[in-house]
Design a protein. Sequence first.
Length: 242
Amino acid sequence: MKLTRTALALTVGALAPALLLATPALAAGSAAAAPVKASVTAPAGAALGSDTENAAAIAKILADPASGKSVIRAANAALSGTPEDRVAFLTTGFAKAQDEDNKVAILRILFGKPGKGVTREANKALDGTPADRTAFLATGYAKAQDEDNKVAILRILHTNPATGKGVKREANKALDGTPADRTAFLKTGLRLAQAEDDRVDVFRILARPGISDALYAECQRLLNGSTPEELRYFITVGQYQF
């Protein structure tokens, strides 16, 4: 497996910049595991028909937008080959090519530098059987990503003593909710809850005795219309510049 994985990694490596943008990454807050269609078996009985029927079955595989590069390459080779080539593709070649595409898909996920849960399960799938890789892409990826999302939310709750009530409330709701709830919290809910807490802190600053006119005016401006990012910057940096 090490040699095979290295060869695949070199292939995927050429696409690394694009993959890093397209693949969910826990550290960047993109917490949803993108659904991946994976199949490692040809249609039942597909190779038992006439050559015309076999060619039609291969054409149907080619028309599937989920078909990867290896499947497309092998299917086209079968269509341009002999009747025996088409039978071989439908009975064994399709599954082999699909598994190659599944390996590449898993390596793409790993190139996105996911969390520990996804990394662990992805590597187990690469070291396992074709069925293991199919299962990972179909269900295991999402399950492992949710595990990483829970860890990320727990870190938010327990590693920053300054975490406010809004963030704590929404983080606990996400932990008690569904995988989709946890994805939504990490993608957008955390930002909005933090803005809620930051607005509360702006009101607290306004309530301080003897604040400068400039600081007062800036607080009023932020409360009358600002982005979550502006509020965050003010609380962490800007308030100390007045």
